[in-house]
Ligand binder design. Structure first.
Ligand SMILES: [Zn+2]
Length: 235
């Protein structure tokens, strides 16, 4: 079974907050934990985060992780015209590619209208992970190929991984491969008293780092292999 650990680099818990405690404080924590685990992840980053915190993005690339694109402003693509969507992808790509190769994409809120898919291939993307199996309507989404892209669905909502260990193991054992997990940097900061919904803030901070490690261990014990998104690009 193939496992992918992905991190969506954006402001703290959008749309509720516009701070960046996660990017600044959470990123070094997750980088340290991934290093300890010997895992290379994929960091889907907004152009906005990369312009505000270039040194953080540099640290991700230097640690050997894949840098992916998470839009420019973290606005929902379903609220954009085709021209706006094209501009959003073009601006984010220009910023992110100053740090290195970027070929993988995930839309904010896993919300990317199908008519926009050609924009991704036109801008050199080869993998798209803008579908979530945890979302109504795409529960049974399978990996597919279209417009020169591999489309690889995310498997579960990030908050589900922070549930207690026995429940988490039951959930993980049901997943089909490739299993794609996504986290946010703010989950690795103690956000339990932030003004955000309970499912966003419960068991954040150290418990979230422990959930990440436990998820990796769970699959390692079962002989799974770990990959970055670009490794799933079409040949
Ligand atoms: Zn996001």
């Amino acid at each position: 079974m193939q496992i992918l650990i992905t991190i969506d680099m954006e402001q703290d818990c959008p749309p509720y907050l516009s701070t960046f405690f996660g990017v600044v404080q959470g990123t070094p924590r997750v980088l340290a934990r991934l290093k300890q685990l010997g895992i290379r992840g994929t960091f889907f980053t907004t152009g906005d985060v990369a312009r505000r915190f270039p040194q953080v993005v540099q640290s991700i690339v230097e640690a050997g992780h894949e840098l992916g694109c998470h839009g420019d402003s973290h606005k929902r693509f379903s609220l954009m015209s085709h021209d706006e969507a094209e501009r959003e992808v073009r601006d984010a790509s220009a910023t992110l590619r100053s740090f290195g190769e970027v070929v993988s994409f995930r839309a904010p809120n896993l919300d990317f209208p199908e008519p926009f898919l050609p924009i991704l291939s036109q801008h050199g993307y080869r993998v798209d992970s803008s579908i979530g199996r945890h979302k109504p309507g795409t529960f049974f989404a399978e990996p597919s190929r279209t417009h020169g892209l591999s489309r690889v669905p995310a498997s579960v909502a990030p908050s589900w991984l922070r549930i207690p260990a026995t429940l988490r193991s039951a959930l993980l054992s049901q997943l089909r491969g490739p299993a794609v997990f996504f986290f946010h940097p703010w989950e690795f900061v103690d956000a339990t008293d932030w003004p955000i919904p309970i499912d966003c803030r419960y068991r954040t901070g150290q418990p979230a780092l422990d959930s990440l490690a436990a998820t990796v261990d769970f699959f390692r014990q079962r002989g799974a292999t770990f990959h970055t998104m670009r490794e799933l690009a079409p040949n």
